[in-house]
Design a protein around this ligand. Structure first.
Ligand SMILES: [Mg+2]
Length: 327
């Protein structure tokens, strides 16, 4: 069924970590919209590709907003289907493992409260819709073709991405994630760091000449948090038109050893640690390509450019005073 103009579309991800029954969640979506005087359409999707296609249709139909009911991966799938500057706003019903977007923008944690608060923002009753930046990663696939993927939160290369790939690619670690939640990523990072060498790359910031180095971890954040534990880009906002980079040079275990500092939002520039802000970053691989993740999805391990997309996405912010929103 196609979305209709002015509808609020909800995309259900039955695979998300939460145990809420789809029927219960559907009833909550309808009840929250009815209270706000809006029409709801609830669509269950089986794959990220279906979620992306639903977002594309919602945009084409002129839907007022599309909510991802799931984790940050569900939001990422919807983002891929919304063109830059789409008037269809992206909303979140936080039902995943970490829910970083909801955490950073201070959304209520229960589905009913989260939907009601964001609909109040849509109508300007409390908070407001806000145009925020997104990022785009350009990758060269093995066959030479170019892949592009947008992100709302963060892309990373090196240890963090190896930990994510380790969970996606291992049945045992996947089970651990379902049981432990976020700590499973840290355990996966410890396993990946053992005996791993740094990845040789050359990086160029905003058109400057490439500089050769070896990285253990490189994060590019539109937002601040890697998961909800590590604040790797403590000064990032999604409204400044730029992206924040943290680079830890040297072997991956070094990035792991520094993680207690990021836990307390304190990872200053120093030997082998670089924080900076950019519009365009280019990463050329000089040896084995570092693993890559984009909003939690493993990406193609090849050559990259990363661009900021200023004010590209409309989101619903009941709490615009949150720091990442520039409040
Ligand atoms: Mg920024």
């Amino acid at each position: 069924m196609q979305p209709q103009p002015d509808e609020i579309v909800f995309v259900l991800n039955p695979q998300a970590g939460n145990s809420l029954q789809p029927r219960t969640l559907t009833a909550i979506c309808h009840a929250a919209c009815e209270q706000a005087g809006r029409a709801a359409r609830v669509i269950a999707t089986r794959t990220p590709g279906e979620a992306t296609e639903t977002a594309r249709q919602a945009h084409d139909a002129g839907a007022a907003a599309i909510f991802g009911c799931g984790g940050d991966g569900t939001l990422s799938a919807l983002l891929q289907g919304l063109p830059v500057g789409s008037e269809t706003a992206l909303g979140a019903v936080p039902l995943g493992t970490a829910n970083v977007w909801a955490y950073e923008t201070h959304l209520p944690s229960t589905p009913m409260a989260a939907i009601s608060a964001q609909l109040a923002a849509l109508d300007g009753i409390q908070g407001q819709p806000l145009w925020v930046d997104t990022g785009k990663v350009w990758s060269t696939r093995a066959d030479g073709s170019i892949a592009e993927q947008r992100f709302l939160l963060m892309a990373s290369w090196g240890l963090d991405a190896a930990a994510v790939s380790g969970i996606v690619g291992s049945e045992r670690r996947g089970r651990l994630k379902r049981v432990l939640g976020e700590p499973a990523y840290f355990l996966s990072a410890v396993q990946e760091a053992i005996g791993r060498k740094a990845w040789p790359v050359a990086i160029s910031v905003d058109g400057a000449p490439h500089v050769e180095t070896e990285i253990g971890l490189l994060t590019v954040g539109n937002t601040r948090m890697l998961g909800t534990w590590l604040e790797v880009n403590p000064h990032a906002t999604v409204v400044d038109g730029e992206l924040d980079m943290l680079m830890v040079e040297g072997a991956p275990w070094r990035a792991l050893a520094l993680s207690p500092l990021a836990r307390h939002s304190w990872l200053p520039n120093g030997p082998g640690v670089t924080n900076l802000r950019f519009r365009r970053l280019e990463i050329a691989c000089l040896g084995e390509p570092p693993p890559n993740q984009i909003d939690g999805d493993p990406g193609p391990p090849t050559a990259y450019a990363i661009d900021a997309e200023p004010g590209a996405l409309r989101v619903l912010c009941p709490n615009p005073t949150s720091a990442v929103l520039g409040g």
